[in-house]
Design a protein. Structure first.
Length: 294
């Protein structure tokens, strides 16, 4: 990719959509727009396109997108999206390619996060990593042998759906635990913890214990070299790290645990950078394939 060429990276969420113009691994322009989560499919598509129009220019190669849901990556069709009820079988790739005349690639948002970590963050030095997003839900993206592993409809790594205690991993290891259990969001609990409130510190201790249990499942299933934590709750890492590591200490393969890096991501806006990285990876693979076919 030539240095002047740019990529649009998009992180579509249930409440906001974050769009960035990425060049040389850096966001040089960005725009955040509200996601009209209860609007029609057509309205949300049009609003997304209008947001892109503010940033796209003649040097823009194409568009990469992460969405919180199931994606048919080959066709670029979004099959369902968490918190956007109208998005069922949405031809996102085709719509935006027709609109802008540039190639578009789409994946799950957790896949975007782990790609951002792999290309631009601490994940560079590892062949096998897992990126875990701790936010409204609990998502995971998998890099195996330096390649994104998405599975069917980009649903690989949906550890949040695994039954745990009386509910699921996601109910205990995401914003759902704070809201359903204590009537607060993660940010509110963090503010109280920063002021030394005992109850808030105890809530994070519980969260850390449950998160450790979830990470043990990932270690059993995938045994990656590193696990990086992202999402809004990862910013509270100092408050739940000790409990998380105490929980992890019961993992029976101590030598494996000792060799596994587990820490929060240091990348700002990793989901947008990761969406751009998705385009970079897919477009490069397509170009290589086409050259080989000639």
């Amino acid at each position: 990719m030539q240095h002047n060429q740019r990529i649009i990276g998009i992180d579509i969420g249930g409440t906001k959509t974050h769009i960035g113009l990425v060049q040389d691994g850096k966001i040089i322009l960005e725009k955040k727009i509200p996601t009209s989560s209860h609007a029609s499919q057509e309205q949300i598509l049009e609003e997304t396109a209008q947001g892109i129009k503010h940033l796209i220019d003649s040097d823009t190669l194409g568009i990469g997108i992460g969405v919180p849901g199931l994606v048919d990556e080959k066709r670029g069709v979004v099959c369902s999206v968490q918190n956007i009820p109208s998005w069922k079988e949405v031809p996102l790739k085709q719509y935006l390619e027709d609109y802008f005349g540039r190639p578009v690639y789409v994946t799950n948002d957790a896949n975007s996060f782990v790609l951002g970590e792999k290309l631009y963050g601490k994940g560079k030095e590892f062949r096998n990593i897992v990126g875990v997003t701790l936010g409204t839900g609990f998502g995971s993206g998998i890099i195996a042998n330096n390649k994104l592993y998405s599975g069917t409809l980009s649903s690989a790594g949906e550890f949040g759906g695994i039954p745990y205690l009386d509910k699921t991993i996601e109910d205990y290891c995401s914003g759902k635990m704070f809201e359903n259990g204590f009537g607060m969001n993660g940010g509110m609990v963090r503010e109280l913890a920063e002021k030394g409130h005992t109850d808030a510190l105890e809530i994070f201790e519980q969260f850390g214990h449950h998160l450790g249990s979830a990470l043990k499942i990932i270690l059993y299933a995938l045994s990656p070299e590193a696990i990086f934590l992202g999402g809004s709750i990862s910013k509270s890492f100092p408050f739940f790290e000790k409990a998380m590591r105490n929980s992890l200490a019961t993992f029976p393969f101590k030598t494996v645990l000792d060799r596994t890096v587990i820490e929060p991501s240091a990348i700002d806006k990793a989901a947008v950078l990761g969406a751009a990285a998705l385009f970079q990876m897919k477009n490069k693979a397509k170009t290589s394939f086409n050259k080989a076919s000639v």
